[in-house]
Each structure stands twice: as structure tokens, then as C-alpha cells.
Design a protein around this ligand. Structure first.
Ligand SMILES: [Zn+2]
Length: 234
């Protein structure tokens, strides 16, 4: 077993982690304190605009890879979650006969069956900045961020909330990694597959990104009861 925090570097990393944790606790306390007693009305979000910025919930744990593409998929199922896809992908084997590490995507966006509608969840591949196992192309697995929306878009389009979340996520990732709208591709552009389905509005997703990519970061809104997704809109 590797000894923990024995070198000066790792001790300083440990202190950083402790500091970050303390900061998060303090931040939580500040946000709670700033939360007005009656804030359920329509103007509630604005009243929280002055709240302190929260940590970036999508920041990976590792140094970012050299991402060049966003590769969009559907699950081709009615329901699903990170966990259900993870279990399914654990059964897959790579070209060398080795089992996959687990879910091949970097992000999953739920549709209300298995995950909340519009909920975005990063996977271990994003947190660890590992290459994906989703594209069927070496280049797009190594340099493409795999995003899977739950649903079968051969049959119906994604939900409005899924598209809203996808727009936020693609804008965030494109800004962070300098990816242009033309490098957002459907799986079917990389290999012969129907994925992400004939009802998937790829052009609309690209257009929306092109419109918003150069916007200045907007104020952070903090919602205590929601997924951390609101925090990335900056
Ligand atoms: Zn796909």
C-alpha cells in the first residue's frame, strides 16, 4: 500500500484538501445564512444572485485531457441512469478481450425515469479524465467527451429539460475546452449508427451553442434544493 501524505508535496496537497473542505463547509453556512426566510416566490432566484460563488461542480478531479469533440448519444432505452448503464457496460469487453471499466460515457442526462428529468451526472470517466468507450473511433474516444441522454430518440425527441440541460452542459464544456459548435457531433457522424436518433435536434443544439459560446459569464445562482447544475451557469 502506498503511504499517504508522507512527502512535502503530498502533505501540502492534504492541507489544500482540508482547506477546500473547510471552505465548502463555510460556504454552505454562508449560503444557508443568506437564504431569505421567504424565498419561494418567482423572484427568489434573483434574490440569491449576490450569494457567494459555489465551487464548480463539474470540475474534474484530474488535469483535463486535450478534449476536441463532444459526442452525443441516446441510450436507446425508455429509462436508465448512470448506474444502470454502468452495470450494462461492465459486461462489455474491449478488442483485447478485457472487460470495460464501466460506463463508457463522461456525462449522462436523465429523462425522469431512473434519474430526474434534465439531471446531469458526471461519471468516473469525467472525474478521472479517462478516455471514453462510446464512439467506436479511437480519436473520438480519446479526445471526445461522451454525453448520453436517456431515451430512444428514434421514437420521440428528448424532453425540454434534457435539451435545456444539454445546452448548459455543452456551453460549459465548449468554453472550458475551446470546442467549437462544429465539433459537437452525433454518434452517427463518427460511425454507422442511428444514435442519437432521428428526432435528436443536433442542428438546434449546435446553433444554440454558437449563439451563447462567447457570452460573458453570467451571475451565479445558487439553489440549495436542486442538483448543483445551476452553479455552472457563469
Ligand atoms: Zn451512441
Amino acid at each position: 500500500m502506498r503511504p499517504l501524505f508522507t512527502t512535502p508535496e503530498s502533505r501540502s496537497r492534504f492541507r489544500q484538501l482540508c482547506g477546500a473542505f473547510a471552505g465548502m463547509v463555510l460556504l454552505g453556512a454562508e449560503v444557508m445564512a443568506a437564504e431569505p426566510a421567504q424565498s419561494k416566490g418567482p423572484g427568489a432566484a434573483d434574490s440569491r444572485r449576490s450569494a457567494p460563488a459555489v465551487r464548480d461542480p463539474w470540475a474534474p478531479a484530474e488535469r483535463p485531457r486535450d478534449w476536441q469533440y463532444l459526442v452525443l448519444h441516446h441510450s436507446a432505452t425508455k429509462d436508465g441512469s448512470v448506474e444502470s448503464i454502468h452495470q450494462a457496460h461492465l459486461m462489455n469487453r474491449d478488442q483485447f478481450g478485457q472487460p470495460w471499466l464501466g460506463i463508457g460515457y463522461h456525462f449522462v442526462i436523465g429523462n425522469g425515469s431512473g434519474m430526474d428529468d434534465g439531471e446531469v451526472e458526471p461519471t468516473f470517466r469525467w472525474r478521472g479524465q479517462l478516455q471514453g468507450a462510446h464512439a467506436g473511433s479511437v480519436d473520438h474516444n480519446e479526445r471526445g467527451i461522451g454525453i448520453c441522454l436517456i431515451g430512444n430518440f428514434q421514437e420521440a425527441p428528448p424532453s425540454a429539460r434534457q435539451l435545456e440541460s444539454l445546452a448548459r452542459l455543452t456551453t460549459y464544456l465548449a468554453r472550458k475546452h475551446a470546442i467549437d459548435s462544429e465539433s459537437i457531433v452525433g454518434h452517427g457522424s463518427v460511425r454507422a449508427t442511428e444514435c442519437p436518433g432521428r428526432n435528436f435536434p443536433l442542428q438546434q443544439v449546435r446553433k444554440r451553442l454558437a449563439l451563447h459560446q462567447n457570452d460573458l459569464p453570467t451571475a451565479v445562482s445558487v439553489r440549495l434544493s436542486s442538483t448543483p447544475f445551476d452553479a455552472i451557469d457563469r
